[in-house]
Design a protein around this ligand. Structure first.
Ligand SMILES: [Zn+2]
Length: 423
């Protein structure tokens, strides 16, 4: 029986390849240090990530976008604790089959677990009161930070860590609603991934091995219905997919979506997974139109997967050249010499006031050095302030990788940035 947690990524072929390949300029660990995005400290512990201000900016921008999209798509945001009593994990089954990956401790004679998953918490919110069919589907979403023990030999930059945040959600719906849910979930996934520049991916549908029904939780009928719903949704979308017979975990079939990055590497990020186990263990039901209790269908899903891992993939995909909407610094304001610092300050303040992430370089370095610095920091725009610009109340704008794009007003630059921000 496969006893893996639903959102544990299989050991990535890519991770292993990464280990073997030399540290290149495009490696997220090098970029992370060079661009001041994150670090990992021995004193804190292996596989535990410290997000620096610039990395935090990118991370928060991803989250803001993600939350906004989820609200638009009928999700409700929830927030749950980092630890819970052992009892919760006994009911969920994790204590039996996932213990070696969990951080367990006790206080006042009572056992606690640092959460390796968010699911049982979302279940508790659902179960806080009786639910009617009229409320369904209910979709709870959370950037839930979880901790899982991984052997130190398997840890790798942000790609494999011990503490990470999942862009997690759980959908509770009726059997009749499943197919539509999956279909709109696939559309939603596509739109979200596209925003990050991922337009190519491969899809795997993991189904059960019909020769070994004893390996799986849930009835024949449940499996049949769930597998059909997944396959039908993929067919309706005209998505080509591989059926992975016998690859389903014991508690339900799933769809995995592997994104293809700029270097042609595949990364499994999105998972849409049925769960016949938790819904039964926690006895999750709703009251139907007939006034009777019915079993719920529970679906786990993560679109980006682990944020740390997604961030590593994204950073390598764009080689640290984040799109303008995600760039930690969007504009570097560069006075040609100390004489023009005052005007540069004015420009910098105006940009900030307009909601642009601006940085002022008021050092005494030469302008060519400042430009080089901004280039290596991969800042999308530079606003150069010299004599001419000060007199005309304009800025000489350079774009990363393109060079000079002309003399603009601050307002014009702001407009350009906002235009680029749009999907
Ligand atoms: Zn879950």
């Amino acid at each position: 029986m496969k006893r893996r947690g639903h959102s544990v990524n299989p050991v990535d072929k890519n991770v292993l390849e990464n280990k073997e390949r030399e540290l290149s300029d495009a490696d997220h660990r090098i970029l992370g240090q060079h661009l001041g995005l994150f670090s990992i400290s021995e004193d804190v512990g292996a596989g535990l990530v410290l997000w620096h201000p610039k990395g935090t900016t990118v991370r928060n921008l991803i989250r803001d976008f993600w939350e906004e999209e989820h609200l638009k798509n009928g999700y409700q945001l929830v927030c749950t604790p980092h630890i819970a009593r052992e009892e919760l994990w006994r009911i969920s089954g994790h204590l039996d089959y996932y213990r070696e990956n969990m951080y367990v401790f006790s206080k006042d004679g009572e056992g606690y677990v640092v959460k390796p998953m968010n699911c049982p918490f979302h279940v508790q919110i659902f179960k806080a009161r009786p639910r009617s069919y009229k409320e369904l589907p209910i979709r709870y979403a959370e950037w839930g930070t979880v901790y899982r023990y991984e052997r130190s030999g398997t840890l790798h930059g942000l790609l494999r860590v011990r503490g990470f945040t999942q862009d997690d959600a759980h959908i509770f719906c009726t059997a009749e609603q499943v197919e539509n849910e999956i279909l709109s979930l696939l559309d939603f996934t596509e739109r979200v991934l596209e925003k990050f520049g991922f337009t190519e991916y491969r899809v795997n549908l993991s189904t059960r091995d019909p020769q070994q029904p004893e390996k799986y939780m849930g009835s024949e009928q449940e499996w049949h219905h769930a597998q059909n719903a997944l396959a039908n949704a993929l067919k309706k979308k005209k998505t080509t997919y591989n059926e992975m017979l016998g690859e389903a975990v014991f508690y339900g079939p799933k769809i995995d979506l592997n994104i293809v990055d700029a270097a042609g590497r595949e990364w499994q990020c999105t998972t849409i997974q049925f769960d016949f186990n938790l819904s039964k263990r926690f006895n999750i039901t709703y009251v139907g139109a007939d006034g009777k209790e019915h079993e719920i269908v529970m679906i786990h899903r993560a679109l980006l997967g682990a944020i740390e891992r997604f961030f590593a993939i994204l950073t390598e995909h764009c080689r640290g050249n984040f799109p303008v909407w995600l760039a930690p610094t969007q504009v570097a304001v560069l006075p040609v010499s100390t004489v023009f610092v005052r005007y540069a300050e004015e420009v910098h303040r105006e940009l900030l006031a307009q909601g642009v992430r601006s940085e002022l370089d008021n050092s005494t370095s030469t302008i060519s050095y400042k430009i080089r610095q901004a280039e290596t920091q991969k800042i999308p725009y530079m606003a150069i302030c010299g004599k001419n610009e000060t007199e005309l109340k304009k800025i000489a704008v350079r774009k990363h990788g393109l060079g000079n794009i002309g003399l603009l007003t601050v307002q014009e630059l702001v407009h350009n940035i906002k235009q680029e921000d749009k999907p």
